[in-house]
Design a protein around this ligand. Structure first.
Ligand code: SPD
Length: 305
């Protein structure tokens, strides 16, 4: 928390705000929202962090000018990145989250009664601090006694872990700067080794509209490492293109065949996830199935609904 912004810079964000997120050149996307108040804006050791109070979308967390979440639709991201793998695994006890310093994924994980231990490895302590201070609906899970937070580089953290986790969730930013390694093959090999014999990784894997090259490259190396691979997505309007997807990487369990619907009742009221959306989220549009060879999508190819 070192760099303060001038009055002029702050004024820019107090009336209304246009975000322009740079995607694969030459595409950018612009998102407009009326901002009532800039609650925080500062530069941490790793990035510029902003928390805004908006007119229609609740509070928003912005890292380096990229929307991480809005209170309006974050449930559609966090419920899907968490409950799809946790209800596929028959008995998830120990989960690691890489990134996810806002706490949204942790909040969903601790709803599961089977969970004994949750590790969160976040590189930037300032994200956790800001969330605890200003985003209580996301950060509530940090106070659960099963949760332990590590402030380390996620890629280095998993290198030292062997046969330890039932599930790893990669709740990352986009592949820029320190997060680039989280989209590379060595990290997935290390996560494979950090999992128990029947473990699952689910990772943030961008937009089927804007990131097809990235998705194809990742599924190619993931399918050489994991026994079962697939791709599913959620609808999150404040992200570019309104969708965001996840790579499902599993040693044993299949999200369409091993889903345990009986445990959903223990999660309380959810806003996006249900068993139908769990299965339907693996249905891919024709243009994506054409772009991704069938052998990269073991899971999606087994879809029968
Ligand atoms: N394009 C932004 C993607 C951000 C995904 N991660 C968000 C973190 C929320 N816990």
């Amino acid at each position: 928390m070192v760099e303060e912004f001038t009055e002029d810079e702050l004024r820019l964000t107090t009336m209304d705000l246009w975000f322009e997120e740079k995607l694969e050149p030459p595409v950018g996307t612009t998102f407009r929202v009326l901002v009532n108040k800039t609650i925080e804006r500062f530069r941490s050791e790793y990035q510029e962090i902003a928390v805004l109070e908006t007119e229609k979308l609740g509070k928003m967390l912005i890292l380096d000018g990229v929307i991480m979440l809005s209170e309006f639709d974050e449930f559609a991201y966090h419920e899907m990145i968490v409950h799809v793998p946790l209800l596929t695994h028959p008995n998830p006890k120990k989960v690691l989250v890489i990134g996810g310093g806002d706490g949204g994924s942790i909040r969903e994980i601790v709803k599961h009664k089977t969970i004994e231990e949750v590790h969160l490895c976040e590189i930037d302590p300032a994200v956790v601090e800001v969330s605890k201070k200003h985003l209580p609906t996301l950060s509530s899970g940090f106070y659960d006694p099963r949760v332990k937070v590590f402030y380390e580089d996620g890629a280095q953290f998993v290198k030292n872990k062997k046969n330890e986790y039932d599930i790893i969730i990669v709740d990352s930013t986009d592949p820029v700067g320190a997060a680039v390694v989280l989209f590379e093959e060595p990290f997935y090999r290390d996560m494979y080794n950090a999992l128990k014999f029947d473990g699952i990784v689910v990772s943030q894997c961008e937009s089927i509209y804007y990131h097809q090259i990235l998705i194809k490259r990742m599924l190619e190396f993931i399918s050489n490492i994991f026994e079962l691979t697939g791709y599913y997505y959620s609808l999150v309007p404040t992200y570019p293109s309104g969708t965001i997807g996840f790579a499902f990487c599993s040693k044993k369990y299949h999200p369409l065949k091993d889903l345990d619907e009986s445990r959903i009742s223990e999660l309380g009221k959810l806003r996006y996830y249900n068993p139908q959306i769990h299965k339907a989220s693996f249905c891919l549009p024709a243009f994506i199935k054409e772009m991704l060879p069938a052998h990269l999508l073991h899971i999606n190819n087994d879809l029968e609904i």
